[in-house]
Ligand binder design. Structure first.
Ligand code: 5GP
Ligand code: ZN
Length: 114
């Protein structure tokens, strides 16, 4: 049995504040927002992280990124901008092992990350 929390969210078995859904993609607000706008865009298919992706995933990755961009604009970040982040494995700070793009906006973010 798959006990991945993001698979549960994508299936609707785990509640979330959904922003968008189609047959391949699910987007929802982060439960602990780090900015006024903070949502996650995930593939419905379980992919552990970006290191697991190959050439065959190019179309899906492109769709995820373009959907993240589109939703960022819909949520008011078109003018001020936003940050699009993919954390990967321990050094990247990944805590949920299901590929996700963070979109953060609505305030000026610092750089570099800690
Ligand atoms: P990571 O650290 O893996 O890059 O990001 C995981 C993100 O998922 C974190 O920002 C965390 O707040 C969010 N998160 C973890 N569990 C849940 C959950 O059950 N629901 C929602 N909406 N977000 C979650
Ligand atoms: Zn999963």
């Amino acid at each position: 049995m798959n006990d991945c929390i993001f698979c549960g969210i994508a299936e609707g078995a785990v509640p979330s504040k959904k922003i968008f859904e189609d047959d391949e993609i699910f987007a929802f607000h982060d439960i602990e927002p780090k900015a006024p706008v903070h949502f996650l865009v995930i593939p419905k298919r379980h992919i552990q992280n970006i290191m697991e992706c190959g050439a065959g995933d190019g179309l899906l990755l492109g769709k995820l990124l373009l959907k993240a961009r589109e939703l960022a604009c819909e949520l008011g970040c078109g003018e001020g901008g936003a940050r699009f982040v993919i954390n990967c494995k321990a050094d990247g700070g990944q805590t949920v092992d299901h590929l996700h793009i963070h979109v953060l906006g609505g305030r000026r973010l610092g750089w570099p990350p800690g």
